[in-house]
Ligand binder design. Structure first.
Ligand SMILES: NC(=O)c1ccc[n+]([C@@H]2O[C@H](COP(=O)([O-])OP(=O)(O)OC[C@H]3O[C@@H](n4cnc5c(N)ncnc54)[C@H](O)[C@@H]3O)[C@@H](O)[C@H]2O)c1
Length: 269
C-alpha cells in the first residue's frame, strides 16, 4: 500500500459508513461520495486520522456525468485500488422510477465508470441484496441477459419494470446488480482487477429500519424470524465481508455474489 492508493466508497449511509471504517486497514486515500454531502462530510471527519487523505464529495449516481467526474477525481488522487458501491434506495424510500434510476441505472454507471479507472490488482464490491436472489426465479433468461448487459440508457427503458410493485422492482433491480457484476468481471480483469457483489439480508441501518416499519414490515420480520441467525445484521458484519473481498485473500474471487444474510435464503428454493 502506498499513500497514493485510493479507496472510494459511493454511498455514505449505514453500510457505506461501516465499509469506509473497514477500509482503514488499507490506508492511503479515502474518497467518500454521497448525494447528501453532509452525510459524507460527517463520516469523513470521523475517519481523518485513519487515512493519509480523506475527501468527501457529492455525487448523484443517476447521472453518468456525475459518476464519471467522481471516477476522474479519484484517479487524479492516485491509483484507484478499491471501490465500494453502497448507495441506493429501498422500496419505502422511493417508487419504481427511483429504484430503476438509482439502484439499477445508477449502479451500472458506477460499475462502468470505475471499470475505466480501476488500477492493477484493484477490486470493486457492489452492495446488491438477498432480494435479488429471492426474485431471480421470476426473471426470464432474456430479461436476465438485458439486466446484465444493456447500456444504462437501455436499462432505464426496460419494459420489465412496467406495472411492478415497488418491492418487486427492488428485487429485480438488485438481481440486475448481481448480473451486471458478472458481466463486468471480464472487463475489470483486462485491467488486472476483480469485481464482486455482496447480498445482505436485513441490516440495521436507516434503510433497514425504514423497511421494517413500512408496508412490507411484517414479511420482513418473518424473513428475519425464520432465518437460522434470527436477527438483522450489524453494518460492520457486512463491511468485514466487503473488506475480505477487497483484500488479496480474495485474489481468485471475481464475478460472483456473496450472500451475507444470516441464512435467510435457506427458506427459499
Ligand atoms: N439496510 C438493509 O437492510 C439492506 C439490505 C440489503 C441491501 N441493502 C443495500 O445496501 C445499500 C446501502 O444501504 P444502507 O442500508 O446503507 O442504506 P442507507 O439509506 O443508510 O444509505 C444509502 C445511501 O445512499 C445514498 N443515495 C441515495 N440515492 C443516491 C444517489 N442518487 N446518488 C448518490 N447517493 C445516493 C443516500 O444518500 C444514503 O446515504 C443499498 O444499495 C441497499 O439497497 C441494504
Amino acid at each position: 500500500v502506498t499513500d497514493h492508493d485510493v479507496s472510494v466508497v459511493v454511498g455514505a449511509g449505514g453500510i457505506g459508513a461501516a465499509c469506509a471504517a473497514e477500509l482503514h486497514r488499507f490506508g492511503g486515500t479515502l474518497v467518500l461520495a454521497d448525494a447528501a454531502l453532509g452525510c459524507a462530510d460527517d463520516i469523513a471527519n470521523g475517519l481523518r486520522d485513519r487515512f493519509e487523505v480523506v475527501r468527501a464529495v457529492r455525487v448523484d449516481i443517476t447521472s453518468d456525468e456525475s459518476v464519471r467526474q467522481l471516477a476522474s477525481l479519484a484517479a487524479s488522487l492516485g491509483t484507484v485500488k478499491r471501490v465500494v458501491h453502497a448507495a441506493g434506495v429501498s422500496p419505502e424510500q422511493g417508487g419504481v422510477d427511483a429504484i430503476v434510476a438509482v439502484d439499477l441505472v445508477g449502479t451500472a454507471h458506477v460499475i462502468d465508470a470505475f471499470g475505466d479507472v480501476i488500477g492493477r490488482a484493484g477490486a470493486g464490491v457492489v452492495i446488491a441484496s438477498v432480494a435479488g436472489h429471492i426474485f431471480a426465479p421470476f426473471i426470464t433468461a432474456d430479461q436476465a441477459r438485458a439486466l446484465g448487459a444493456a447500456t444504462p440508457a437501455q436499462l432505464a427503458e426496460l419494459t420489465l419494470f412496467d406495472d411492478l410493485e415497488t418491492a418487486v422492482a427492488y428485487g429485480y433491480a438488485k438481481r440486475g446488480n448481481q448480473l451486471r457484476v458478472r458481466t463486468a468481471a471480464k472487463r475489470w480483469a483486462r485491467r488486472g482487477a476483480r469485481i464482486n457483489s455482496v447480498s445482505p439480508g436485513v441490516v440495521d441501518t436507516q434503510m433497514g429500519r425504514t423497511e421494517r416499519s413500512g408496508t412490507a414490515g411484517q414479511a420482513i420480520e418473518e424473513l428475519i424470524a425464520n432465518s437460522p441467525i434470527a436477527r438483522a445484521a450489524r453494518p460492520a458484519e457486512i463491511a468485514s465481508v466487503v473488506g475480505f473481498l477487497l483484500s488479496e485473500s480474495a485474489g481468485f474471487v471475481t464475478g460472483t455474489d456473496l450472500v451475507v444474510d444470516g441464512g435467510a435464503l435457506v427458506n427459499f428454493s
